[in-house]
Write a protein that binds this ligand. Structure first.
Ligand code: NAP
Length: 252
């Protein structure tokens, strides 16, 4: 990929999994990288240190994307450190323990939607304020992490999470049209079952092994395989792509 020297990307939830893989590839492509993390400061600093050792520029900032004031402070940290913003990857996302809908409490639903949906909206808002030509910006790119659960529904596992990702699909389609004439391209990547720690937080660390036979490619994906799709959407190679949702699912 051609070097993108000097451009700045903010990746939420970059301490591990798909976000960390995207941070590493973005730095290799020449981006200056800000990653946010929720609680795993050590892991986030590890991603930043590795980028710096390879000659890149990186910054890790603590931020709960369910908290609006945290998000505002995160973007202000990017302003202070790098002085510009060219791209946002709305990657931070959570699921709760596997459950049928009849056992779900309102507090659980509020946590899922506050993190996955409201957090992505507020991050997009802050990015648009900085990148939109309407606000004096130079344009930019937003990539949202959806999930193939938005199409499959995740029955008996986490219909709430699937519904939150359906909201991300719709955010992508609507926002892409809203800001396309202002120099901002908005797209989404919709991963299938990817080998990260998110499955442990759903109560089943071995989930990838259990479901892999239902994947046409008969395996789970690696975080880097999702990150490569994100990188293409961040790059000028996708210059006429807006409002697209790319499935990275091994054919699922
Ligand atoms: P992961 O390994 O669980 O990593 C989640 C990341 O999000 C971590 O960096 C975590 O920070 C951060 N995070 C969690 N809660 C947060 C909060 N409230 N505020 C800010 N950051 C928070 O997840 P992943 O598997 O890489 O998933 C990344 C994205 O892809 C998510 O949106 C997920 O829904 C989506 N996705 C994943 C899969 C899959 O199979 N893995 C499939 C489809 C879609 P800490 O490390 O500090 O906790």
């Amino acid at each position: 990929m051609a070097s993108i020297t000097g451009k700045v990307v903010l990746i939420t939830g970059g301490s591990r999994g798909i976000g960390a893989a995207t941070a590493r590839l973005a730095a290799q492509a020449g981006f200056r990288v800000c990653i946010s993390y929720h609680s795993a400061q050590g892991a986030a600093e590890g991603v930043v240190d590795a980028i710096r050792r390879s000659g890149g520029q990186a910054l890790a900032v603590s931020c709960d994307v369910a908290d609006e004031s945290d998000i505002v402070a995160l973007f202000e940290a990017v302003d202070r450190e790098f002085g510009r913003l060219d791209a946002l990857v709305n990657n931070a996302g959570v699921l709760e323990l596997q459950s049928r809908v009849e056992h779900m409490q309102a507090a659980r639903l509020q946590r899922i939607f506050a993190t996955n949906v409201t957090g992505s909206f507020i991050c997009a808002r802050e990015a648009i304020k900085r990148m939109s030509t309407r606000h004096g910006g130079q344009g930019g790119v937003i990539v949202n992490l959806s999930s193939i659960a938005s199409r499959l529904g995740a029955p008996a596992e986490y219909v709430d999470y699937a519904a939150s990702k359906a909201a991300i699909d719709t955010l992508t389609i609507g926002l892409a049209k809203e800001v396309a004439a202002e120099g901002i391209r908005v797209n989404a990547v919709r991963p299938g079952v990817i080998d990260t720690e998110i499955h442990a937080s759903g109560g089943e660390p071995g989930r990838v092994d259990r479901v892999k036979d239902s994947v046409p490619m008969l395996r789970g994906g690696q975080p880097e395989e999702v990150a490569q799709a994100v990188m293409w959407l961040l790059s000028a190679q996708s210059s006429y792509v807006a409002g697209a949702i790319i499935d990275v699912t091994g054919g699922r």
